[in-house]
Write a protein that binds this ligand. Structure first.
Ligand code: FMN
Length: 347
């Protein structure tokens, strides 16, 4: 997978290794886990790589286990009781508790957890967001920590989107294999997580997100997850800001369109190029465009009409951003997909 990046005029061309890519997309370390309370003992069913780094446990060692394996001798039983109460009563909770890494080192974990309900109000998953806020030793003072405010705020904002995805996945799971759905769930959570990091890293209390940087990170992550050697993704963004709600929507839009291109446009081909551009236009709109030199859309398909979960998400996002997603065949056989978003919408 090769990446060319150009953000706000500065060009970083060339290939990026996988490790560089990951480091770039991760920024501040924020762990994310999903647990499934409908399985015995509410096990972890998804975790991100930041979780592996923070806890020292590999994915293989942690998936399928209840998160309590992180607790140890000096973990406050009162904090654990609060969590148990929140889980039993499907409530949200933020708590700081002492946890232990795989190598035995203690650390303070700022845990924010909330239930994700489906359309019928049943809890399908719990999402837990963890941030290391200190080594073992004295408990950090939560009131002085701006991280908690940022973590909570973002959690509120992203929860609705995640719930929407979870319910759509449930719908689709009836039609397709659950395995396929799970992969897409992971990718969508990564997209939210990047936004989360974008927000929790800030300390100036600014409510807006640097949209260009965020879109670049989303593209880099999607390229990393879905891309192949020989397929080049060029990213060119402008520097502008958006509210977290709008940034979330735009993140989904970019992630779904890009995934679609990487999955389908180059079947049977060794090489290809996808260009993602963000551009301010004279009519006070922000144009987001994904253009590929691949095989082109199959005859009779007018994406994002019809199609699977990805196109459904794109349609949903288009409604909430009050924009139209347009598709056009390129003269060379590839596909151009773009959306013009009113700048007034950015918040
Ligand atoms: C989504 C989620 C994330 C959690 N993350 C942690 C964690 O990072 N550290 C921890 O000590 N406990 C964590 N827990 C709490 C434990 O899994 C468990 O709920 C808690 O220990 C209370 O239950 P118990 O009394 O049965 O152990 C998490 C729980 C949930 C649902």
């Amino acid at each position: 997978m090769r990446f060319g990046m150009n953000e706000a005029g500065s060009t970083i061309e060339g290939s990026m290794t996988e490790a560089e890519n990951m480091a770039r997309s991760m920024g501040d370390d924020v762990a994310v886990v999903l647990t499934n309370p409908n399985l015995p003992d509410n096990p972890i069913i998804y975790l991100n790589t930041a979780f592996e780094r923070i806890t020292g446990y590999s994915r293989a060692a942690a998936i399928g286990r209840n998160c309590r394996f992180l607790q140890g001798a000096d973990t406050d039983p009162e904090a654990v009781r609060l969590i148990r109460d929140a889980v039993d009563n499907s409530k949200e909770l933020s708590v700081d508790l002492l946890n232990y890494r795989a190598d035995g080192e203690a650390f303070w974990n700022r845990l924010v957890l909330s239930p994700l309900t489906d359309d019928e109000g049943n809890v399908s998953y719990f999402i837990g967001i963890q941030k290391r806020i200190g080594g073992g030793g004295k408990k950090p003072n939560p009131e002085r920590e701006e991280t908690l405010v940022a973590l909570r705020e973002l959690q509120h904002r992203v929860k609705n989107h995640l719930s929407m995805i979870v319910s759509m996945i449930r719908l689709q799971a009836r039609e397709e294999s659950p395995q396929a759905d799970f992969g897409t769930l992971s990718r969508r959570i990564e997209t939210l997580q990047l936004l989360y990091e974008e927000m929790s890293g800030r300390d100036n209390g600014d409510a807006n997100v640097a949209l260009g940087a965020y879109v670049s990170r989303v593209a880099s992550t999607i390229g990393h997850l879905d891309g192949r050697q020989g397929i080049r993704v060029n990213v060119q963004t402008v520097s502008c800001e958006a509210s977290p709600e709008i940034a979330t929507q735009i993140g989904f839009l970019v992630s779904e369109i890009l995934t679609n291109a990487l999955k389908h446009a180059f079947t049977g081909r060794e090489t290809g190029t996808v260009d993602l551009t963000m551009e301010m236009r004279d009519d006070d709109t922000l144009r987001i465009e994904v253009s590929d030199d691949g095989l082109g859309l199959p005859e009779g398909i007018d994406w994002p009409d019809g199609g699977g979960l990805g196109s459904r998400i794109v349609r949903q996002v288009a409604i909430s951003l009050d924009c139209k997603v347009r598709t056009e065949a390129r003269p060379d056989g590839g596909t151009r997909i773009w959306a013009d978003i009113d700048l007034g919408q950015l918040g």
